[in-house]
Ligand binder design. Structure first.
Ligand SMILES: [Zn+2]
Length: 264
């Protein structure tokens, strides 16, 4: 069986002495695992393939397998959209890894979901064009959360269905909560500014850069990561490395979140 598809490399797992199992996000085949034989050997041919598989590029892959169920062997891979800037910035690199982990965590083999792949690609394009990594994650993770089917409810209160004074967000419910309903449970809720609420409601594309201050970006990022952790039932491994690169103090600003709850 021959598969030709556009793809992003999500993970690489060493296999035996010289091979790698590559986990791709593909446009037409969802999550696709392919064996890249001899890729870790030296030599020019291996070198070209290694280059295509090492970064955050969109590639065109070709894989052959004996049957639909058997893991294919990578027979060709070429870069179609290079993204060479991302690894030159530690913050962009850490942010790209968050996007790829989300893509890996919420993709399924064989699933046709071109919009999801397009959004991930667009996020990587923006990182490659030197968009602010924290701002980009803050603005785009909500879009991905919506795309994978765990979208936030931001139109009415989770308690009374009212539409006024929506000043809290419940990670557990994935929904906003109004001031009267939320005040008794303040320690379990996240306080959100009007500006954050507006951005959670809008989830515009392309992302509206320049509308959130850094503290708001950090809080929205934490809300998004906590929502992903809840949806996936597992920590995001790339979250802490990203926070370390950006600086942990941004994520724990006193006075900004009156309730310093365990967001993640
Ligand atoms: Zn209410």
């Amino acid at each position: 069986m021959l598969i030709q598809d556009e793809a992003l490399v999500l993970r690489r797992t060493p296999f035996q002495e010289s091979s790698l199992v590559i986990h791709f996000l593909t446009k037409n085949n969802g999550l696709l695992s392919v064996m890249a034989r001899g890729i870790r050997k030296s030599g020019r041919k291996g070198g070209d393939r290694r280059g295509a598989l090492a970064g955050f590029h969109t590639v065109q892959l070709e894989s052959r397998s004996r049957s639909l169920e058997a893991m294919g062997t990578l027979t060709n891979v070429e870069i179609t959209t290079p993204r060479r800037n991302i690894p030159t910035s530690a913050a962009a690199l850490a942010a790209a890894q968050v996007f790829l982990e989300v893509a890996y965590r919420f993709s399924v083999a064989g699933e046709f979901r071109p919009v999801f792949m397009q959004t991930i690609e667009s996020c990587l394009d923006l990182l490659d064009a030197e968009a602010s990594p924290l701002e980009l994650l803050a603005l785009c993770l909500g879009v991905l959360i919506r795309d994978i089917g765990y979208g936030w409810r931001t139109d009415e209160c989770a308690g009374c269905r009212g539409k006024e004074e929506l000043i809290f967000f419940s990670i557990k419910r994935g929904q906003v909560v109004c001031k009267p309903c939320g005040t008794p449970y303040i320690e379990r809720l996240v306080s959100i500014s009007d500006n954050i609420l507006k951005n959670m409601q809008r989830l515009a594309w392309p992302p509206p850069f320049g509308v959130l201050c850094v503290a708001e970006q950090a809080l929205l990022y934490r809300i998004a990561v906590s929502s992903l952790v809840k949806a996936g039932g597992k920590m995001l491994m790339t979250d802490q490395p990203f926070r370390t690169v950006i600086g942990h103090d941004i994520f724990t600003q006193e006075g900004y979140t009156p309730t310093e709850i365990r967001l993640s």
